[in-house]
Ligand binder design. Structure first.
Ligand code: NAP
Length: 479
């Protein structure tokens, strides 16, 4: 049994009122841990502590801050197996994927340990002979970080690393379903010796934490990853204190297969982008659009690949784990039922089940639905499950129109061997991230983020640190 605590002002502690909540393994539904639920006093301590620590953290040299990040990076590598096992236990994803998540998260720490020392300012040409004008970029201030359960480590590390490198202190709030990975990471933060108050961990009831974070005057910036509905609520709440926000929200990724594509590669890309983490990924393919002349051929190859996928307990070498909870499972079932009732063709899968009779967690077969049409809910709402809907199109422009017909604008994929078309794809799709002939698109050095109702702000690369910096201009008169 894990006993997860809060981490405030350089020490682990129980909540002030001794309250906690259970953490369950989504495959067995067995309780695997008890996690502290922050009381009002803990929240005040966490936000006040981060506010106090900011003054000294921002005054360290970028090289000194990089030193702490390097230590953390090393510790994450040394403890990668332990971190991965906790991810699998509380999130359910296969252990190999969990290990991939730990390495992906660490790659952001590696990158930002380097990027922090490259935050440059500039001298601006003067308009009066005695003036000297300078612009430099300074840390925006104490930062609140709120992240979901689907990547229990990577989602918050991807924000925390650039924030710390920039000189901001952080208060991290992971999802209630998966707090234990964050606790383990904070043990490593403690071991790395970060100064008191620089990194704070709070867990508990999300609405109250969100309200306290948005209301606290010391917190200058909030970076959120999660649903569009909660992102919009945070944006509204930011008005009173005018916090700067970064919002990484939901998606509805189209995956276009043109007739000149390498069909086998397109199928493998679609499978990779859809079934990772059992489809519970913001950049997961939500709709496959296939040109009419290769439609049936594509479905045939897709069927043979999807039928190879195994699912079950993430600790046992399967390709897919469980659905995170019953609500997630019910949404998947309703999307499949709605599509079938409206005329979709079931190619494979389509059925859900419990892992241990009526007691166990929720599983869903890897599923392909063909002949899907825009009237079906699955073409508009995020399914967050292992269901691949396939639609047909005839003309190139029709594919772009279909692809863009969503309020979301996070990720899109397209397969084609035509060089000119590859430019038209990029120019036509209203998405922040586009994969051409690749189902794998995210990397520490590249900008990750959405357009439209998928939010704003970017994570990764030299772009990701900008969200934690503010420009300061100084005019100096000299004798
Ligand atoms: P969610 O309900 O919005 O939860 C995300 C986080 O916000 C969790 O920590 C949650 O805490 C917290 N939260 C919930 N209500 C809150 C409130 N009123 N105030 C403050 N915090 C609140 O999202 P989810 O359904 O768990 O996660 C899946 C969504 O995240 C999908 O839409 C997915 O596309 C999106 N996502 C986006 C990205 C990206 O980079 N764009 C990456 C991953 C996921 P509790 O869980 O404890 O309630």
């Amino acid at each position: 049994m894990f006993e997860g605590r809060l981490y405030i002002d350089g020490a682990f502690r129980e909540s002030a009122d001794k309250e906690g909540f259970e953490v369950r393994n989504p495959y067995t539904l067995a309780v695997i841990g008890e996690q502290a639920a922050a009381a009002d006093q803990d929240l005040a301590d966490a936000f006040d502590g981060a506010t106090r620590a900011f003054d000294s953290w921002k005054r360290l040299t970028a090289y000194e801050r990089a030193g702490y990040l390097r230590k953390l990076d090393q510790l994450m590598k040394t403890h990668e197996r332990e971190l991965a096992e906790i991810i699998t236990l509380e999130n359910g994803k296969p252990l190999g994927e969990a290990l991939g998540e730990v390495r992906y998260a660490a790659s952001y720490v590696t990158w930002y340990a380097e990027e922090g020392i490259r935050v440059m300012g500039e001298m601006i040409p003067e308009h009066l002979p005695h003036l000297r004008l300078k612009a430099n970029r300074v840390p925006i201030g104490p930062t609140g970080i709120i992240t979901p359960w689907n990547f229990p480590l990577a989602m918050f590390v991807r924000k925390m690393a650039p924030a710390l490198a920039a000189g901001c202190t952080v208060v991290v709030k992971p999802a209630k379903a998966t707090p234990l990975t964050a606790v383990k990471l904070f043990e490593l933060i403690h071991e790395a010796g970060f100064p008191k108050g620089v990194c704070q961990l709070i867990t508990g009831e999300s609405k109250g934490i969100g309200e306290a974070m948005m209301a606290h005057k010391g917190i200058k910036k909030v970076s959120f990853t999660g649903s569009t509905a909660v992102g919009k609520a945070l944006l509204r709440a930011s008005g009173d204190t005018l916090k700067k926000l970064s919002l990484e929200l939901g998606g509805h990724a189209p995956f276009i297969v043109f007739e000149d594509a390498d069909l086998k590669k397109a199928v493998l890309g679609a499978v990779e982008s859809k079934f990772r983490n059992c489809g519970q990924v913001c950049i997961a393919t939500n709709r496959v659009l296939v040109q009419a002349s290769v439609y049936e051929d594509f479905i045939e190859i897709l069927e043979s690949e999807v039928k190879k996928l195994t699912f079950g307990d993430g600790l046992t070498g399967v390709d897919m784990g469980p659905i995170i909870n019953e609500a997630g499972y019910e949404k998947i079932v309703s999307h499949v039922e709605d599509a079938l009732a409206k005329g979709a063709r079931l190619i494979t899968g389509g059925r859900g089940m419990r892992s241990r009779g009526e007691e166990g967690g929720f599983l869903f077969q890897p599923t392909i639905l063909a002949d899907v049409t825009p009237e079906m809910r699955i073409t508009r709402e995020e399914t967050f499950g292992p269901v691949l809907p396939v639609m047909v199109f005839t003309e190139e422009q029709e594919a772009y129109d279909l692809a863009n017909s969503t309020p979301y604008g996070l990720a899109a994929y397209a397969y084609s061997r035509d060089l000119s078309r590859s430019f038209r794809i990029t120019e036509s799709l209203d998405f922040g991230i586009i994969g051409i002939n690749s189902g794998r698109i995210s990397a520490a050095q590249a900008p990750f983020g959405g357009m439209k109702e998928s939010g704003f702000g970017r994570e990764g690369g030299r772009y990701g640190i900008e969200d934690y910096l503010v420009l300061k201009y100084t005019a100096i008169a000299i004798d």
